[in-house]
Structures are given as C-alpha cells and as structure tokens.
Write a protein that binds this ligand. Sequence first.
Ligand code: NAP
Length: 257
Amino acid sequence: MGSILLQAMLKNGLLSAALTSATVQHEERAKMLAAKLGIQVGTDNAAAAKGADIILVAVKPQVVQEVMREIRGQITPAQLIVSVAASVPTSMIESWLPENVPVIRAMPNTPCFIGSGMTGVCKGKYADAGHVALTCSMFDVVGRTVVVDEKHMDAVTGLSASGPAYIYIILESLAEAGVKVGLPRDVATLLAAQMTMGAARVVLETGDHPALLKDAVTTPAGCTIDGIMELEEGKLRVTLIKAVVKATQRAKELAFS
Ligand SMILES: NC(=O)c1ccc[n+]([C@@H]2O[C@H](COP(=O)([O-])OP(=O)(O)OC[C@H]3O[C@@H](n4cnc5c(N)ncnc54)[C@H](OP(=O)(O)O)[C@@H]3O)[C@@H](O)[C@H]2O)c1
C-alpha cells in the first residue's frame, strides 16, 4: 500500500522525488524500490523521519508500535503522522510519540494505484482541520476521500479497503458465467468489468438509490428478474453484508493479535 500511494503521489506531482524518502524492512527491497520510484529508499526509520514534514506510516498494524519507538526521538509537534494501518487507533499512536504530535488515520484501497481509490480519513486529538485538509489533498490525487469519525474507521476498512477483493471475486465469477454461456474469456471479462464500472459510476454521478437503478433494468417478465431471483435464492445480499461485518470485526482486532 505504501508503494502504491508513493508511486501515485509522485506521478501526480504531489510529492517531489528529491524531497521524498521511504523505508522498508529489507535492504534488497530498498534497492529495488529506489530504482522503481526514483526516490531515496533505506531501512533506517529514524533517519528518514528526521526533519520530514509528513510521515506516512504504512507498515502492518502489529509493527506500528515498533516503528514509532524507533522514530519517536526525531518527532516534534511540527510534523504530521499519517497512518494507513488498519485497526490502530490514533490514541494508541499518540501514546507512543512525544506529547502533542498530530496524528491522522487514513484508510485507502488498492485502486489508488490508478487514481480511482477511496480513502476514509479521521483525526486524532492533536490534529486540526488544517492537518485533515492536507491529508485529504494527498489522498484526493489518488481518488476520493471522505472524513469520518474514528469510530467508523473499522467499518471503512471492512467495506472500501477490503471491498476490491470482494468485487474481484464477483467479477471473476461473472466472467466465468460468460464463459459458461459461450463467450470467449477475454470478452466475458471485459463485459463484466466495464459493466461493473458503469453501474458504479451511475450510482456516483446520479446519486440515485441503487434499488431504483436496479428497478430500471428489470423489465416486467424480462430476463433480469430471472437473474435476480437466482441471486436472491443464493443469498447474495446477506452474504455480502456478512462479509463486511466479519471484515469490520477483524479490523477491530488486528492491532492486538
Ligand atoms: N493492502 C491494502 O489494500 C491496504 C488498504 C488499506 C490499508 N492497508 C494497510 O497498509 C499497511 C500495509 O499493508 P500492505 O498490504 O501494504 O502490507 P505489506 O505488503 O506487507 O507491506 C508492508 C511494508 O512494511 C515494510 N516494513 C515491515 N517492517 C518494517 C519496519 N520495521 N520498518 C520499515 N518498514 C517495514 C515492509 O518492508 P519489506 O518490503 O522490506 O518487507 C513492507 O514494504 C497495513 O497496516 C494495512 O492495514 C492496506
């Protein structure tokens, strides 16, 4: 996720390559990423954090505390910490840093890679509206952003951060269905993907309720209603609801397991 975000932000000119540095755990990964992104990449977190305006934390939830311990000696309230780690509350990050350091949590998703991401943002105790606006401007270049209360961040994780995986399964299944009814696989995949994007764009651009849009596709005694009956019988709705609920519950635990 960190490299997806950096790559997109560098490409969009939000970050200057000369003023951006990154860290990873392994030396060989650092070399590979430095060549790929054209920025300085190392393994010394404290050195990278020293004097940085914004520190984007994109390690696994269980590693955040260790990284905060490494960098805390370099951190002042003039800097901004933006964490994309699932599950780790701002209060916990604040407790691992010196007093009054502004912390923002952001929950992006992988479509940020092509500028179609969705990011939920919330602020910690010491962050102000300016920090929120700065963070939103960072994530706006890789898609859309929404500011939420921190109590909703696990739900954002279970819905829009995990969501691309659910949609890829649905897309793969629709393409498989196309193959079953005789379409070449590449055509079936194109039909499924472009249709999914089109349907999503209609929801976003019209603001209409999805149920109304579904009704408009469903001609009385036509074919769509037969397809819908199969979906209802297969419990697609409840399955998707349960998937988001489970992922949200798991997001609450991640930092502690
Ligand atoms: N994947 C998603 O769709 C998504 C969406 C939203 C948020 N997130 C959040 O993003 C975070 C990273 O997830 P991911 O999927 O990108 O995991 P990942 O692919 O495993 O990447 C983790 C990165 O952290 C680096 N790292 C590990 N320990 C480190 C240390 N002590 N100091 C510096 N760097 C260290 C690793 O370095 P090496 O490359 O050298 O191993 C690796 O580059 C998680 O907290 C996750 O909750 C992910």
